[in-house]
Design a protein around this ligand. Structure first.
Ligand code: FAD
Ligand code: NAI
Length: 466
């Protein structure tokens, strides 16, 4: 065999799997159909969206908060072309970084669509039609996901767009209609609301970011409205039409009431993503997808003995760090090690401002499972650090077992929640009780004091500052 391991797809699942395989001494190749490495996350996902979130946040601060801080500047203006260019530069430096890491780890990169000939043979078809045949002992499929379209309105990529086009627009929309108030809808909706678009979010369920703890969605809806984002919950979209000069969206309240007709210049459809296996030739090795996903066992092995699958293309959260953990897991398993992924402790973050971050069980899940729990919350507005920066929206909510006090979930909406959630993951990984965290000294003044206070509230209703 030419290779010990071939990885198909170079997103965070694939490139991390390849690096770990190479570190463990396997002769490794990676196959990527696009010109650049890094997959959805680096090219059209995590990185470009965060680049635009950061730029638009700077603009908001300059426009709305500098004066209060005693910084007088002429009214700032958005240079959208530069904003998009900077985003492109950020993406380039990241994808170039992956190319460097492949070289450093002596991983062969094959550009083209990878497809199975049989379980040990992968054909790579490059853009110019040239075919290369590679042989391997093991294969790791990491082909990721694509945006899900509405069944009745395909992406035309002009006015009816997915996140990919929303990251690459040529102008700031006058009115951006967002279908789906999940992670993409709220992040990209925030970007455009901050830089001057009217943004309307139409969500089918009764909460924004509905997979997270209900308190988070409620608070995010409150803050989003304060930021000028119009939110329609519990609405079923019935039609989306590009009339040429505008896009018309029709929706009906699920529980009856007046139908909605919205007119905008762009409609971002962000109703989830679906696993991507086109062109992979799974039929050649007898694998059938289930709901689009590649079925895997607890060890991420498919029904074919030497073929594994990881990341967005398999069950579980569609998150870059989940894909990375799975990449490392499979590589180490191939090397005979006994790795472990704790799926309960994969944190979820929404990079709005304030940010939302969660780990562990939600209150809804605990209620449903019948587990006895207690809660402790602490609002940002009672926090000295938050008052100093004027980031007083938000709260920390800690859920703990009612008998043992073990922390079962940490949910934060507030400034810097994305970084703070790591403390929740650490505490839960070590099975800390709320009192364990409550008794640790937290530097003052920091946002993390809100976590300590929420743990104090959860362990014995003894928060100090509220
Ligand atoms: P992908 O990153 O999708 O990579 C798959 C790769 O496989 C692609 O490069 C594709 O071209 C290639 N490929 C597919 N088929 C073939 C084939 N047959 N041959 C060769 N190559 C092939 N997650 C987070 O954790 N944090 C975030 O902040 C975040 N932000 C996001 C923002 C947006 C707008 C989007 C869309 C997603 C975001 N995500 C975020 C999700 C994250 O991007 C995905 O969970 C992650 O990229 C999944 O990694 P993956 O390796 O499974 O697949
Ligand atoms: P999502 O699953 O987060 O949200 C989709 C939303 O659309 C849900 O609230 C759902 O109820 C709603 N919806 C579904 N069908 C609808 C319809 N017909 N009409 C109105 N609303 C409808 O999916 P999203 O935002 O598209 O993102 C896809 C995935 O990408 C996420 O699940 C996440 O895994 C990943 N992602 C992660 C980010 C992060 O970690 N910060 C950022 C962006 C994406």
């Amino acid at each position: 065999m030419q290779y010990n391991v071939i990885v198909i797809g170079s997103g965070p699942g694939g490139y991390v799997a390849a690096i770990r395989c190479a570190q463990l001494g396997f002769k490794t190749a990676i196959v990527e159909k696009y010109d650049t490495l890094g997959g959805t996350c680096l090219n059209v996902g995590c990185i470009p969206s965060k680049a635009l979130l950061d730029s638009s946040e700077h603009f908001t601060n300059a426009k709305e908060h500098f004066a209060e801080h005693g910084i007088d500047i002429p009214a700032p203006k958005v240079n959208f072309t530069q904003m998009i260019k900077r985003k492109g530069d950020v993406v380039k430096s990241n994808v170039d970084g992956i190319a460097y890491l492949m070289k450093k780890n002596k991983i062969d990169v094959h550009k083209g669509v990878g497809s199975f000939v049989d379980k040990n043979t992968i054909k790579v078809t490059s853009k110019d039609g040239k075919e290369t045949t590679l042989t391997t002992e093991k294969v790791i499929i990491a082909t990721g996901s694509k945006p899900t379209p509405l069944p009745f309105a395909a992406f035309d990529k002009k006015r009816i767009i997915s996140s990919t086009e929303a990251l690459e627009l040529k102008e700031v929309p006058k009115h951006l209609i967002v279908i789906g108030g999940g992670v993409i809808g709220m992040e990209l909706g925030s970007v455009y609301a901050r830089i001057g678009s009217k943004v309307t979010v139409v969500e089918f369920l009764d909460s924004l970011i509905p997979t997270m703890d209900g308190t988070m969605g409620k608070e995010l809806a409150r803050v989003a409205k304060k930021q000028g984002i119009e939110v329609y919950l519990g609405h079923k979209v019935t039609a989306v039409e590009n009339t040429g000069s505008e896009v018309v969206v029709k929706a009906e309240p699920k529980n009856g009431g007046t139908a909605l007709e919205l007119k905008g210049d762009y409609c971002l459809v962000s109703i989830g993503r679906r696993p991507y296996t086109d062109g992979l030739g799974l039929d050649k090795i007898g694998i059938q997808t289930e709901k689009g996903q590649i079925p895997v066992d607890d060890h991420l092995k498919t029904k074919v003995d030497n073929v594994y699958a990881i990341g967005d293309v398999v069950r579980g959260a569609m998150l870059a760090h989940k894909a990375e953990e799975e990449g490392v897991y499979v590589a180490e398993q191939l090397a005979g090690q006994k790795p472990h992924v704790n799926y309960l402790l994969i944190p979820g973050v929404v990079y709005t401002w304030p940010e939302v971050a969660s780990v562990g069980y939600t209150e809804e899940q605990l209620k449903q499972s019948g587990r006895a729990y207690k809660t402790g919350s602490f609002p940002y507005k009672a926090l000295g650090r938050a008052r100093a920066s004027m980031d007083t929206d938000g709260l920390v909510k800690v859920l703990a077992d009612r008998q043992t006090d073990e922390i079962l979930g940490v949910h934060i909406i507030g400034a810097r929640a994305a970084d703070m959630i790591a403390a929740g993951v650490t505490a839960m990984e070590f099975r800390a009780s709320a009192e364990d965290v409550a008794r640790m000294s937290h530097a003052h003044p920091t946002y993390m004091e809100a976590v300590k206070e929420a743990c104090l509230a959860a362990s014995d209703n003894r928060a100090i500052h509220i």
